[in-house]
Design a protein around this ligand. Structure first.
Ligand code: GUN
Length: 293
């Protein structure tokens, strides 16, 4: 078994971006500026956004955090989105999900200028990704693709099973794994809560990507000997032995599954850190206008 070490790979990518930014700015380019909108006081979202902002500082980006109370109206949030759309200094921005129930996430995503949509959630970016056109790829699938690439994991002709059909991970992941390039060219099966024989389908996967949000759901009964296992789950589970009062669990029972896998991502220290790299890479592309003029 080999560990797909998100900590090491993301550190390498961040240092590459940092160098790229320094050269870009030195030659007269604009310093990249990422903004984030955070609504409410969800602990996990606060942690993710803080980590995104900290990463910007580390690599030489400007960052802005706009915080709103959970009772903000949809119209008020749309106004904030518009102000970032029109702010010439902001190259890219994200609206951290999930949003409170009274706000339509789809409406907010569609309101983001697709040229600043560094999360890759706008229908134009999703559609262009599906057609194989240049687009901002959503950060988590982007990070996973980069991890597979940097570990030189073979994907062509492999059976890739994705558990979960979310807009953020499962759906875009399945599209990227079947496209005609590396990493890709997989035969992809996308599974979800209504899938029958889930265990049997997963057991036939050469590459198993797990994004359903149920701590330690995947046990060795779901995994073929020698499979590549990518764990996207990040759930806070109460743990009184920790200072914070919680532990972070993935969707895969790591201790049991690691011995039967060829490669596996740990949680924490796996896919989560790669997601931030996807976002930073997209922001740099936005600054350089590499995708849209
Ligand atoms: N919530 C969970 N993952 C993400 C992400 O990649 N982007 C945003 N904006 N919200 C999230």
């Amino acid at each position: 078994m080999q560990l797909l070490d998100g900590k090491a790979i993301s550190a390498e990518i961040k240092s590459e971006i940092k160098q790229d930014v320094a050269e870009w700015v030195k030659s007269g380019g604009k310093k990249p500026h990422l903004a984030a909108i955070l609504v409410g006081a969800d602990g996990a979202s606060q942690t993710y956004v803080a980590s995104k902002i900290r990463s910007c500082e580390e690599i030489g980006f400007t960052s802005t955090l706009l915080k709103f109370d959970a009772d903000i109206t949809e119209d008020e949030l749309l106004e904030a989105v518009n102000s970032l759309n029109n702010d010439e200094d902001v190259d890219g921005f994200i609206v951290q999900l999930p949003l409170p129930k009274h706000i339509s996430e789809n409406r907010i995503m569609e309101a983001v200028d697709y040229r600043k949509d560094v999360d890759g959630f706008h229908p134009i970016n999703v559609g262009r990704m599906c057609k194989g056109l240049p687009a901002y790829l959503s950060a988590t699938p982007f990070g996973i693709i980069e991890m597979l690439k940097r570990a030189s994991i073979e994907t062509a002709g492999k059976h890739c099973v994705v558990i979960g059909r979310s807009q953020i991970v499962g759906l875009p992941m399945s599209i990227l794994m079947q496209r005609n390039e590396y990493p890709g060219n997989c035969t992809v099966t996308i599974t979800h809560s209504r899938t029958k024989n889930l265990q049997e389908i997963c057991k036939s996967a050469d590459i198993l990507i797990v994004a359903l949000g149920r701590p330690e759901f995947v046990t060795p009964d779901y995994v073929k000997e020698g499979a590549v296992v990518i764990d996207v789950g990040i759930t806070r589970v109460e743990d009184s032995s920790k200072k914070s009062g919680f532990a972070i669990k993935g969707d895969v029972n790591f201790a049991q599954v690691a011995p039967v896998s060829s490669y596996i991502t740990p949680v924490p220290g796996g896919v989560g850190l790669m997601t931030i790299c996807g976002l930073l890479t997209n922001t740099l592309k936005a600054t350089k206008k590499e995708i849209y003029a």
